[in-house]
Write a protein of this length. Sequence first.
Length: 273
Amino acid sequence: MLGSNPIGIFDSGSGGLTVLYELLKVLPRESFVYFADSANCPYGPKPQSEVIELSDCITRFLLEQGCKLVVVACNTATAAAIEHLRSNFKIPFIGMEPAIKPASLNSKTKSIGVLATAGTFKGKLYIETSKKYASDVNVCYQVGEGLVELVEAGKADSPEAAELLHRYVDPMVDCNIDHLVLGCTHYPFLMNSLSRILPRGVEIVNPAPAVARQTLRVLSENNLLNDGSSLSKVSFYSSASVEILKFLAEKLGVISNHGPAVNFTGGVKLCCR
């Protein structure tokens, strides 16, 4: 029965933990295999061909672990590689949807901000979603250069992060935004700093809960839900050290709040490297 097999989830590093956190809420009976490609992080500045190659190799690794579905918990990888993955592998894939639709539909000022990576802004899904839902809204977009690196260094709440966020977000506030869309799974780690910087009334839009709900729907539609007959566990793998992954997982509450069996393995070599 495939239902007892784990769900795969991958990101360029630790950002996908923010998605795993939401997945554990709605799918407490499921097991997960998380892969952090920390050796190649960040993905944002990389060419599309390289992101596709890395995503393909990670998917093959997750399939070797028996994964029944893969969540691409990286906006850049989704933008670059989701079509390739769905065309070349038979399991279901869930990608990161740019949350421009809810922000645009709910905006009262008709002005929203989007903070994302360069790779996400170039993606077909972002461009199509913007054209479809944000044609009558002023979209202030900003590449969050350097933010992923700060999160991966454990400096999400540091003065350096606050300074960088001010530089990126203050011009959006000047444009009278009332929603800020987080277009990278690393960015929810910056929520504390963002909450201090943004004026009251600006809503921060994190797409991770919607991705978790979509994963539940797809598992249910494909009869892939775990019936609870096997013990749930979470296995973490990284192409580099697991120390920052472990630190951020504990900080977010992915481990302590959910209690499945957990193990960490670092230094994993991908087939393409």
